[in-house]
Design a protein around this ligand. Structure first.
Ligand code: 0O2
Length: 257
């Protein structure tokens, strides 16, 4: 009932505004121009975020290539990137009582540019994150460790908001990028859990939430165990002779970079 009232008021206000605009063509022109300008500038801003994603993605790809040559294994199993949907950006601003302006997007929405890095093992997450943060053109804006401090629903991931400089034809801009780093298992869990957000009519929601939490706990201990096994295997291969090491180094020469 309350919703109907507010939608009636909104419709009446809109009608009044349209009538006022019909009497004032200059105002119509100004408003239209304002909206077109905003959309053009917004497109440009998205282009800049897209470039920032490319910069950070390349940094992770470089680290992965270096690891693969030095340690003969790839810490990164996959990299996914996305630009936040405009509706999602508008919703986030509206939830915080803010208008959809370029200034508000840049200042208050940290995840317009998003990059998700999927690792096999937990220690890779921190190694990759530290290697990124050690780079002198990267500034850490915020760090949330949902691995050490998981969310009550069981969500685990390392979140970093970083700023990266991007060089355009006429300017250099520091752009914010949200980086989420997690294991394959954590990612598998998060994808399924994410569906809960968009399904309104789920029966037995409480049971599903409980099952998801239980799965998150199993996944966390499996991740720990897998890391332990890998470390044991590595410890065995550390007991090599000088000759083994030399032969191993020689075999690396043929690795395709
Ligand atoms: P989408 O669709 O993934 O882009 P802040 O960004 O700091 O102002 P926020 O949004 O609470 O505040 O940040 P936080 O906690 O770092 O979470 C941001 C993103 O992390 C979310 O983006 C999700 O991608 C992911 N995330 C956080 N919590 C959960 C969770 O419980 N389950 C799952 N599956 N993902 C989670 P968005 O904004 O939801 O949208």
């Amino acid at each position: 009932m309350e919703q109907e009232d507010s939608s009636m008021i909104f419709k009446e206000e809109l009608q009044r505004e349209l009538l006022a605009l019909m009497d004032a063509p200059d105002l119509v022109f100004d408003r239209t121009k304002g909206i077109v300008d905003l959309m053009v500038d917004y497109q440009e801003l998205l282009m800049m975020y897209k470039c920032a994603i490319k910069e950070v993605r390349t940094k992770f790809e470089v680290l992965d290539t270096e690891f693969s040559v030095r340690f003969e294994r790839n810490p990164i199993s996959a990299i996914r990137t996305r630009l936040k949907h405009s509706k999602s950006t508008a919703d986030k601003l509206a939830r915080n009582g803010m208008a959809f302006t370029l200034h508000n997007i840049e200042t208050y929405v940290n995840d317009v540019a998003g990059i998700r890095v999927i690792c096999s093992y937990i220690d890779d997450i921190y190694e990759i994150a530290n290697a990124l943060l050690a780079q002198d053109d990267i500034t850490l804006v915020n760090r949330k460790d949902y691995i050490v401090f998981p969310k009550p629903n069981g969500y685990r991931s390392l979140h970093l908001i970083v700023k990266v400089p991007v060089f355009f034809a006429n300017e250099k801009r520091d752009m914010k990028v949200e980086v989420q780093i997690r294991t394959i298992a954590m990612d598998f869990w998060a994808s399924l859990e994410h569906q809960l957000k968009y399904k309104q009519d789920i029966h037995d929601q409480e049971e599903i939430v409980r099952q998801l939490k239980a799965c998150a706990d199993v996944i966390a201990s499996t991740d720990e165990e897998m890391l332990g096994i890998r470390q044991k295997i590595e410890a065995c291969s550390d007991a090599r002779t000088e000759e083994d090491i030399l032969l191993e180094k020689l075999s690396k020469v043929d690795l395709s970079v």
